[in-house]
Ligand binder design. Structure first.
Ligand code: ADP
Ligand code: MG
Length: 466
């Protein structure tokens, strides 16, 4: 039951929502009731409020009769369902293992051989370290929006360390940055099985620096990162304001470039627009080649849908693809989500994928879109109004001229859409819900205190409501 429940949710939710709330749950047969095991109180409340009704429906449907479902807290340490390894042993060992773990198998780790294997600490789930084999050039659809980036990436893949170093790829969320740079990694790995390639999300890298700090293990940290053949750092905007991380990365960057090893970086903005990043790093980002990935136009979105359908081995006719592509414009990830939803609906009802079926499957989604002002629209309108870039709505920049309009947009999103605070935070570059809450309060205060803000806000409301 649970696996069918999972696929239903995976189709209905964003990857972020799915991974945060649904994936960590486990089920247990509690006799006459079904127990959902939840890792903590916070998740429990959230699941109860947001997803319980849907889970109940899916369960009733699945079993063909009403089922009692209980949400139960469990401690991830003891529960059998926990996929995470047990707590780590002595600190020094942990760090060593963190470094060792991230190394491809062909490399001998510095010294963990001295440790009995069983006591060797394993890092807390290292989701980002491996290349995803599905992210290849073959599965990457090309169009005007990304052809330059793709061409550059291909060159780098064929001549790592030689063509462009570093390669800096930037663009908005869900546009294929991670896919493209991993495709490079996959090619290099294919050509040279022994190449030491490390893909790491910038947030994870920051975490590794913190660990190295805690365990005074910067030597090992350096030994590992400075000896790679290819280093892929994803979403480097996460380095913003993290001085020690920037410093360590500066050393790694220099060591690698000097040794003609390839560095590949992705970011949500152009290098100069990253806030709180050392100038010496920003200037180095421009040493090689900087390329953008733009949002795909309609035809390209159709091509992407057809490609994805082909990968899933389902028939998708062009009319249906056009219908989906016309309505889902934000980014490729959303596009994939919509297609998954259509496919899940088709599987569920046992009907073939047709235009009619797609309309039916996406009905709720589109109704919500139509009824509501979209966050996209709010961001564009507010950016326009204050003459700033739309990208600044989700960038890390904090200067007043940008932060204030961003807060206005968040407050408008709260007022005009049905989205929750975390959802709004997500739409504004993955900000925390407390940041959104703070923005709403601040803007309300200002509207009461400053006639100008009150006026601006009302004008924006009027524009957006029409
Ligand atoms: P980003 O890193 O820019 O946020 P991702 O690389 O994670 O975006 O892409 C989001 C999803 O969209 C992935 O599943 C990816 O495979 C898919 N995708 C993005 N661009 C393309 C493309 N040009 N062709 C095929 N799939 C794409
Ligand atoms: Mg990405």
């Amino acid at each position: 039951f649970w696996s069918s429940c999972l696929s239903a949710f995976e189709a209905e939710l964003t990857a972020q929502q799915f991974n945060t709330w649904i994936k960590p749950l486990a089920v247990e047969d509690g006799g006459d009731e079904l127990r959902l095991l939840v890792p903590n109180k916070f998740v429990l409340q959230w699941v109860k409020d947001k997803f319980m009704a849907r889970i109940q429906l899916l369960a009733d449907e699945f079993f063909g009769k009403p089922v009692t479902i209980a949400l139960t807290l469990h401690s991830p340490r003891t529960a059998a369902v926990s996929r995470k390894p047990e707590a780590a042993p002595a600190p020094t060992v942990v760090t060593e293992a963190v470094v060792a773990e991230s190394r491809p198998a062909s490399i001998t780790a510095p010294s963990p051989a001295a440790e009995p294997a069983a006591t060797r600490g394993r890092p807390v789930v290292d989701e980002y370290s491996r290349l995803n084999p599905n992210f290849t050039f073959d599965t990457f659809v090309t169009g005007k929006a990304n052809q330059l980036a793709r061409a550059a990436a291909l060159q780098v893949a064929e001549n790592p360390g030689v063509a462009y170093n570093p390669l800096f790829v930037y663009g908005g969320v869900g546009l294929g940055k991670t896919h493209l740079v991993q495709a490079i990694g996959n090619v290099v790995q294919q050509h040279n099985k022994k190449a030491r390639i490390r893909y790491i999300h910038a947030e994870k890298y920051v975490g590794d620096v913190v660990k190295a700090y805690q365990h005074k293990a910067f030597e090992e940290f350096k030994r590992y990162y400075h000896s790679l053949d290819v280093l892929l750092i994803d979403d480097i905007q996460f380095f913003s304001g993290k001085n020690r991380t920037q410093e360590e990365f500066f050393y790694a960057f220099n060591a690698l470039i000097e040794a003609h090893k390839q560095v590949i970086i992705t970011c949500d903005t152009f290098p100069k627009e990253i806030e709180n990043m050392e100038d010496r790093l920003i200037s180095r980002f421009g040493w090689g080649l900087t390329v953008a990935i733009e949002p795909p136009e309609l035809e390209m979105r159709v091509a992407i849908l057809l490609k994805k359908a082909e990968q899933e081995r389902v028939q998708l006719d062009e009319n249906t693809a056009f219908f989906i592509a016309k309505h889902i414009r934000s980014n490729v990830r959303e596009l994939e989500g919509a297609l998954k939803r259509v496919l899940a609906y088709s599987r569920f009802t046992g009907q073939k994928v047709t235009l009619e079926l797609a309309k039916e499957a996406l009905k709720d989604l589109l109704a919500v879109q139509n009824r509501q002002v979209s966050v996209d629209n709010i961001q564009k309108t507010v950016a326009d109004f204050y003459k700033i870039k739309v990208a600044d709505m989700y960038s890390a920049r904090r200067s007043r001229t940008i932060a204030r309009p961003r807060q206005v947009a968040m407050a408008l999103a709260k007022e005009l859409t049905q989205l929750s605070l975390p959802d709004i935070g997500e739409a504004f570059g993955g900000r925390d819900h407390t940041t959104v809450l703070h923005a709403c309060r601040k803007i309300n205060e200002l509207r009461a205190a400053e006639p100008e803000m009150a006026h601006d806000f009302n004008v924006l409301l009027q524009i957006l409501k029409n």
